[in-house]
Design a binder for this molecule. Structure first.
Ligand code: MG
Length: 451
């Protein structure tokens, strides 16, 4: 027993198709998952060219293990999570999220709709490593059912949170990027009453017009569409649409921490409690918490840690208002405990309808912060953490993931990467000079521990 994950990362298994991501591997994951979570399992995928091949391998493994399978087709990861919750023994999504087209992967969904946590993933990997799968005999094999209509439950689930027709009179530009949200987000916003103009709205696993990772450069056509159509905003997703990013009414890309702060402010004016977010998130969220009477609870970096912390806090009787990451992945605890890009697009409609003000104005009102991120070769975070604490005695120190020191509105984080032998250094301050000064001071402390 290794006690650590080998194959799965923070968001499932990912790799290049034909290298790590081969049908044999996914077949074995299906057999191991089927043995661990007997019952009916919902499967889905994003729009990648390798998706059909790998989803068939997943289904074969699950059926061989004696599970029934409901195939939900191509849909966003949060849609499958919504469908799985309280209705299925587990779920499996074939997706590589924001990775380039040659990648694919597997995310395993638990019956509560969250991604499988570390302990259970380790148990799953042990079954994979042992190579011993309890297969059903011919009488006990599973059956496959069509679940392609179930995605409507997800759209209905989002719409239930908003007044009918709240988007009436609003024009919105949408770029699903040929990915999983092609048949959800445009429909969702139309059902809210908005006029929708969309680009890249056909599934295409070659992602011919932009990569699955939404970037300011990749979203230039969306920004142009916003301006030519006079849209209130543009919204785009990553490949599996658990994240949403925005272009404002002036065609400017909205930095994702500012998006997070704007939506958190809207949610926390109605809902008190903690805002749960990784230690890498902007000071903007502390500002929102202070302004709305909420508080911030930090987690390790990774959306799964945010979602699981939210559930654990609620289990302990705490009030949780909101959760999310500064990358457009926002979690609405009265909706479901995972990042949801469709829900975030819908929330922006409600937010703008309620304020009656342009998105550009709301974003410009948020205080500016200067952010610096660097990476350095080192595997010595255990020595770096006490050195940082000793060097900054007048700062508070949070040891949730590496070390995060803070003083007033300036903070720095040093943490080990989960995937490479590097440490990441992040610094944020109200101005460039403050951020650079703290960055230089932190780098001076960690220099002896670099390779
Ligand atoms: Mg994603």
């Amino acid at each position: 027993m290794t006690g650590t994950k080998q194959l799965f990362g923070t968001n499932g298994v990912r790799g290049v198709v034909g290298e790590l991501m081969r049908p044999e591997l996914v077949l074995r994951i299906g057999q191991a998952l089927g043995a661990m979570r007997p019952g009916t399992i919902a499967v889905g995928r994003d729009s990648r060219s390798s998706g059909a091949m790998l989803v068939h391998a997943m289904k074969a493994g699950l059926l061989a293990a004696g599970c029934d399978v409901v195939d939900c087709g191509v849909l966003p990861t949060p849609a499958l999570q919504f469908i799985v919750r309280d209705r299925f023994a587990a779920g499996a999504v074939i997706t590589a999220s924001h990775n380039p087209p040659e990648y694919n992967g597997v995310k395993v969904i638990e019956p509560d709709g969250t991604e499988m946590g570390d302990e259970q993933v380790i148990a799953l990997e042990e079954r994979l490593a042992s190579g011993e799968f309890a297969l059903a005999d011919w009488r006990g094999l599973g059956e496959e059912k069509d679940g392609s209509g179930l995605v409507d439950q997800y759209l209905d689930g989002i719409l239930a949170h908003f007044p009918p027709g709240v988007g009436r009179g609003m024009t919105i530009a949408v770029d699903p990027g040929s990915g999983a949200a092609c048949q959800t987000t445009p429909r969702l916003l139309e059902r809210m009453g908005a006029t929708v103009n969309a680009i890249n709205r056909e599934f295409d696993g070659t992602f011919p017009h932009r990569l699955p990772e939404p970037t300011p450069a990749g979203l230039a056509p969306l920004a142009a569409l916003v301006q030519t159509t006079g849209a209130a905003f543009g919204v785009a997703h990553d490949g599996d649409a658990d994240r949403a990013v925005f272009v404002d009414d002036r065609g400017r890309y909205v930095e994702e921490n500012r998006e997070f702060a704007l939506v958190a402010n809207h949610v926390c004016q109605r809902r008190q409690g903690m805002i749960v977010t990784p230690v890498s998130t902007s000071q903007l969220i502390e500002d929102v918490a202070a302004a709305t009477g909420c508080s911030v609870r930090y987690t390790a970096v990774g959306s799964i840690y945010v979602a699981r912390s939210m559930l654990a806090l609620i289990g302990d009787g705490m009030q949780v208002a909101f959760g999310g990451e500064g990358n457009g992945g926002l979690i609405y605890p009265d909706h479901q405990f995972c990042r949801d890009g469709g829900m975030t697009a819908a929330m922006m409609v409600a937010l703008l309808a309620e304020t009656g003000r342009p998105l550009s104005e709301l974003i410009d009102e948020l205080p500016p912060y200067h952010f610096i991120s660097e990476k350095k070769k080192s595997g010595r975070i255990r020595e770096i953490v006490p050195a940082i604490i000793a060097a900054f005695p007048d700062h508070s120190a949070d040891l949730t993931d590496g070390v995060r020191i803070a003083k007033e509105k300036t903070w720095a984080l040093v943490r080990q990467s989960g995937t490479e032998p590097i440490v990441r250094v992040m610094v944020e301050a109200p101005d460039r000079a403050g951020a650079e000064a703290l960055r230089d001071a932190v780098l001076a402390v960690i220099r002896p521990f670099l390779d």
